[in-house]
Design a protein around this ligand. Structure first.
Ligand code: PEP
Ligand code: MN
Length: 263
């Protein structure tokens, strides 16, 4: 169902009033974790002002350590809904369990399946059943074929609204958190009709590398970007080192604009 052979036209996935896979490069931005209502609302306004289209924020955080901040759960989802009501931006949250899906459908416009759950087939099917658009991140060590097969689990539940997200894969290289596989963009474009976005924040783990890889992603034909932002990255409860300040994010969107227009 994800195969281009049987569906030659590129798919457009609608999230609220935003089209992913259409003419514009869609920018999703926001904090790694929703930390408080204030933090989320200022971020929502700042990213909207800078030109972002969708607000991201994690309420269920699949952290490497069980002792790290795990997210505000349903309370965080409520803040997301408020942020959408205040700004008009559609909102996306990661879901990590059936409980999270049941809660999230009440508050968000798009579900995110994280890298660590890409092959949690039960979760994929449950996300598919909701009918909400799903952002499917590539697994840490998943091949492109495994990733596309994971998308089939969602689509075969009758939900064609899948967007892929390349977020870096595990390699021998340690200079960046993961290795961004930009070749996945043209490969996916050849094999599938699904839109694909790139997340340079999780791919690199380093704020300074977000701009060059955002540019690379657009140049290779990505349909969008996911970029982490925080009002005060040095105090972030997760992923501070890769998060941009609002000033840095606004500068980045301005620098990307001419490139988006050329593409
Ligand atoms: C995230 O988007 O906050 C996240 C945890 O991403 P990934 O699943 O790609 O690690
Ligand atoms: Mn993060």
């Amino acid at each position: 169902l994800a195969n281009k052979k049987f569906h030659p036209d590129p798919s457009i996935v609608k999230v609220g009033n935003v089209e992913i896979g259409g003419k514009t490069v869609v920018i999703m931005s926001g904090p790694c974790a929703i930390e408080s209502k204030e933090q989320l609302l200022i971020t929502a306004h700042a990213i909207k002002k800078a030109g972002a289209h969708i607000l991201r924020g994690g309420a269920y955080k699949p952290r490497t350590s069980p002792y790290a901040f795990q997210g505000l759960e349903e309370e965080g989802l409520k803040f997301m809904k408020e942020a959408r009501e205040e700004t008009g931006l559609p909102v996306i949250c990661e879901v990590t369990s059936l409980n999270a899906i049941e809660a999230a459908v009440k508050y968000v416009d798009m579900l995110q399946i994280g890298a660590r759950n890409m092959q949690n087939f039960y979760l994929l099917k449950e996300a598919g059943k909701t009918g909400l658009p799903v952002l499917l991140k590539r697994g840490l060590s998943a091949t492109i074929d495994e990733w596309l097969n994971a998308s089939e689990y969602i689509i075969s539940e009758g939900n064609p609204n899948v967007v892929l997200c390349e977020r870096g894969i595990r390699t021998f290289e340690t200079a960046t958190r993961n290795t961004l596989d930009l070749s996945a963009v043209p490969v996916i474009k050849e094999k599938s009709h699904l839109p694909i976005i790139v997340d340079p924040s999780h791919a690199t783990g380093v704020r300074a590398y977000v701009k060059p890889l955002s540019m690379g992603a657009i140049a290779t034909g990505a349909d969008g970007l996911m970029i982490e932002t925080h009002p005060n990255p040095s105090c972030a409860l997760s992923d501070g080192p890769q998060s941009l300040t609002f000033e840095q994010f606004e500068k980045l969107t301005q620098e990307l604009r001419p490139l988006i227009e050329i593409m």
